[in-house]
Design a protein around this ligand. Sequence first.
Ligand code: FAD
Length: 488
Amino acid sequence: MGARTGRDYLERLDASRPDVIVHGERVSGGISAHPAFRNVTASYARLYDMQHDPALRDVLTYASPATGDRVGMSFLVPKAAADLERRRAAMSAWARVSGGMLGRTGDYLNSALMALSQAGDWFAQADPAYAGNIAAYYERVREQDLLLTHTLIPPQVNRSVTGSQQGGGALMARITGQDDNGITVRGARMLATIGPIADELLVFPSTVLRATADDAPYAFAFAIPCDTPGLRFICRQSLDHTPQEGRTHQDAPLSSRFEEMDAVVVFDDVHVPWTRIFMLGHPELCNGFYSATDAVVHMTHQVACRTTAKTEFILGLVSLLTEAIGIEQFGHVLEDVAEIVIALETARAMLRAAEADATVNEFGVFTPAWAPLNACRNWYPKAYQRFPAIIRKLGASGLMALPTEADLAGQAAADIDAYLQAKNLNATDRVRLFRLAWDAALSDFAGRQALYEYYFFGDPVRMAEALVRGYDREPYKERVRQFLRGQD
Ligand SMILES: Cc1cc2nc3c(=O)[nH]c(=O)nc-3n(C[C@H](O)[C@H](O)[C@H](O)COP(=O)(O)OP(=O)(O)OC[C@H]3O[C@@H](n4cnc5c(N)ncnc54)[C@H](O)[C@@H]3O)c2cc1C
């Protein structure tokens, strides 16, 4: 089959029956018809349609080595610099569609799966069957163009003990049984973004496990369809308010298109067949799942493409806003714009450095340099927090003087035309621009975006700790020692 169209994606999704609970009710019909998912699934469908646009076909797809069918570029196993460039071009093209606001497009976890599928020797340390399973799963996802999500962390009950110690060990998803056909899993994981609109759920290792027999039941990696019996998604409230309130895309330009639901994941005696298991009962291997396979590097490569596109979008938005209300002549305004420019150039430089210093890893995969990407994934979560703050500071009251699209043609139309025009925009265009700024900086959607970026790769505090501990500072310490010695 190969690369899907939007219609392929929606039809498969609507034929599936995941157990999804949203706003106190269980979704009973097709997912894409539900008000909480209608608009975002349309956005995802648009991405899949792009794969069939003649102008983008060669950017977004390549010929499958197995079938010759066109398949998504994020499945391409890079062997040389040109392959990394092709991957970047495809990932950036998708990211630009949403201004980087869609954080779980398929290319993110396809990149992880691509790297994992090549690391067969690493999986074989536990069992050669796992190496075969991950390679076969990668091929299936590639050929069917399935949309994956993942769930990693334990419920946030008591962080003063490990996940496996919470609630006497009975809360975090764990293996409770094993038979000839596979394993049974019970418990919960905290969150899966896009769980209700994805095809498959990756249940991979995350938090550090203790290398003891006690933690063995919590050590696993497997993949299951999102409508597997016993699997439940408990959604937060939808941040796309347009369906309930009868509002337009112009009223909520981002949240009415790119609201990716987050859901708690419950495993109610979920059965997982052996063929879908990639690791079982090896806490010490699970702790190195992403780093030893270089999956984290390719995931971060995708994220750096997305966050670069997001920074470009924010820069464009802020620049239109400052022009519109005539504040570009003030030095402190340009200082804030400069901060975004510098962030953009920093992101681009890190991405470029990672590609320029790429090497072939032990599994034969051409892999970007980790140091610049690791710096990028530690830096961006904090850098991003400034962008909505800058929009709020520069937009000021304009972010509240925001009639709806209905008002533009309603009783107040004449007043709006007169009093809400901008220096270089008529009132309609100004209101639309400021609506976009509001949805990027002030709406509940904007709040979720800021939280999402902050915690994207995990807790920034512990990530920083890990970065420093893994960074070779010895050459620089030695240089300073030499300097001190040279003073005598
Ligand atoms: C919008 C959003 C979407 C998400 N989507 C997904 C998803 O699709 N899949 C998925 O698996 N996860 C997802 N996550 C979860 C994300 O991975 C976590 O938020 C992140 O790993 C931090 O874990 P936590 O939220 O449990 O925070 P906690 O670990 O509970 O931390 C809370 C606070 O306590 C501090 N703290 C807690 N423990 C320690 C400690 N041991 N040492 C020092 N400080 C500590 C932290 O610094 C932090 O300030 C998502 C999160 C958000 C916000």
